[in-house]
Design a binder for this molecule. Structure first.
Ligand code: FPP
Length: 248
């Protein structure tokens, strides 16, 4: 039986959700499985959450799949994560395209194996005209790296000091064209930003849950969105109602 969208009012939904998909390793460890089994279960879950985004009407989803620091993990795990990216493109691209998902990559593509770079570029090209959901895959992504690259590009382009505004700067980031995240979800209970979207997250709302990523199902995702819908976002200001209340 098809269920109606629990979020009929799109103004209550975040436009852009970003997720730190943490806890795959501990999920596997708890079951006596190798860490890669956790990443595979995490990939299955990602498929469910992407479907939920399409169903609920989320417009942008950014997922942290591999950080610039993750190269320091054991070779087997690094190779496994590279293989997962390749498998996702090989096996899921058709369904993603059918769902109207536009794929984008954020991070340093040039450090990935050349055949994988080509696959990523092809997948991005194939889905470039889709409009239902933009899925930014942060793979070999680091927030500091992104900022340094932006500064280098601005200098190379001859941008003057006066021209360096938040708007200009944002145009030099990997996320150009994507609004800042409204909601950032971090699974597995850790309370840190881990070099993820450090410029873009300035006024994002956070939702942290102890649930490991492979278990963060549609219901939990819905709960995160409901929590967001009840947040009062002030962007460092005070609401006029609060001000008037204090000055009556
Ligand atoms: C963090 O958990 C997770 C990662 C570093 C990888 C996340 C990748 C996926 C969910 C697969 C989807 C990937 C693509 C390319 C679409 P952790 O390993 O740090 O967990 P732990 O903190 O419990 O050890």
């Amino acid at each position: 039986m098809s269920q109606s969208n629990p979020f009929p009012d799109p103004t209550k939904l975040p436009v852009h959700v970003a997720i730190i998909m943490d806890g795959n390793g501990r999920w596997a460890l708890k079951r006596g499985l190798p860490r890669l089994a956790g990443h595979k279960a995490g990939t299955e879950n990602l498929r469910r959450v992407i479907r939920a985004c399409v169903e609920f009407g989320i417009q942008y989803l950014t997922i942290y799949a591999f950080s610039t620091e993750n190269w320091g993990r054991p070779r087997e795990e690094v190779n496994g994560l590279l293989r997962i990216l390749e498998d996702v493109i090989d096996r899921e691209l058709k369904e993603l395209d059918d769902q109207g998902v536009r794929l984008r990559h954020i991070g340093r593509l040039e450090q990935l194996p050349s055949h994988l770079q080509a696959k990523v570029i092809e997948a991005v090209k194939l889905t470039q005209n889709n409009t239902r959901l933009t899925l930014n895959i942060a793979f070999n992504y680091g927030g500091r790296d992104e900022i340094l690259q932006a500064v280098q590009h601005m200098l190379r382009d001859g941008v003057t000091a006066e021209q360096v505004t938040p708007e200009t700067f944002s145009r030099y980031l990997y996320t150009v064209g994507t609004p800042d995240p409204d909601l950032i979800i971090r699974t597995s209970g850790e309370l840190r930003i881990s070099n993820f979207l450090i410029w873009q997250a300035a006024y994002s709302e956070w939702y942290v849950t102890p649930t490991y990523w492979p278990d963060f199902d549609k219901q939990e995702f819905q709960k995160a969105l409901e929590t967001y819908a009840n947040r009062d976002r002030r962007y460092g200001k005070v609401s006029s109602a609060e001000y008037e209340g204090n000055h009556a």
